[in-house]
Design a protein around this ligand. Structure first.
Ligand code: 5GP
Ligand code: ZN
Length: 113
């Protein structure tokens, strides 16, 4: 299957993996939109939040808690960060493997566009 994030999860591409465990993998966005721009993905290929279901509740919880871990690793826990998950066409989701963007390291523009 041609999924770039599955390849990163499987260690088949170059890329800086910040953390990986049983459920999730976190790595730097190739085109950062902030000084810290990390993507957190499930190891399992799921298209988006729409593919989550109650039987995935542990994975869903781990995805959210991994945000805190990434923020700590990046040193932005105190300064703050923004968490975004694009889902589907209207959001312009480009990679069809669920991912959480964690953005921080500098003050961001006010509001959501
Ligand atoms: P989306 O628009 O789907 O929410 O975000 C996809 C993100 O994946 C973009 O911010 C883009 O820069 C990033 N991205 C796309 N291809 C790669 C890649 O091969 N490696 C990494 N690390 N990030 C990628
Ligand atoms: Zn995938």
């Amino acid at each position: 299957m041609e999924c770039i994030f599955c390849k990163i999860v499987d260690g088949k591409t170059e890329g800086e993996v910040l953390l990986q465990d049983k459920y999730v993998c976190a790595f730097r966005d190739i085109n950062p939109a902030a000084p810290s721009h990390i993507l957190i993905v499930p190891n399992e290929h799921l298209t988006s939040i729409e593919a989550l279901s109650p039987d995935k509740i542990k994975l869903a919880g781990r995805l959210l808690l991994a945000v805190k871990d990434v923020a700590r690793l990046e040193g932005i826990s105190q300064t703050g960060y923004r968490v975004i998950t694009n889902t589907g066409a209207d959001s312009h989701q480009e990679v069809q493997h669920l991912h959480i963007h964690v953005l921080g390291g500098a003050p961001m523009k006010h509001g959501l566009g």
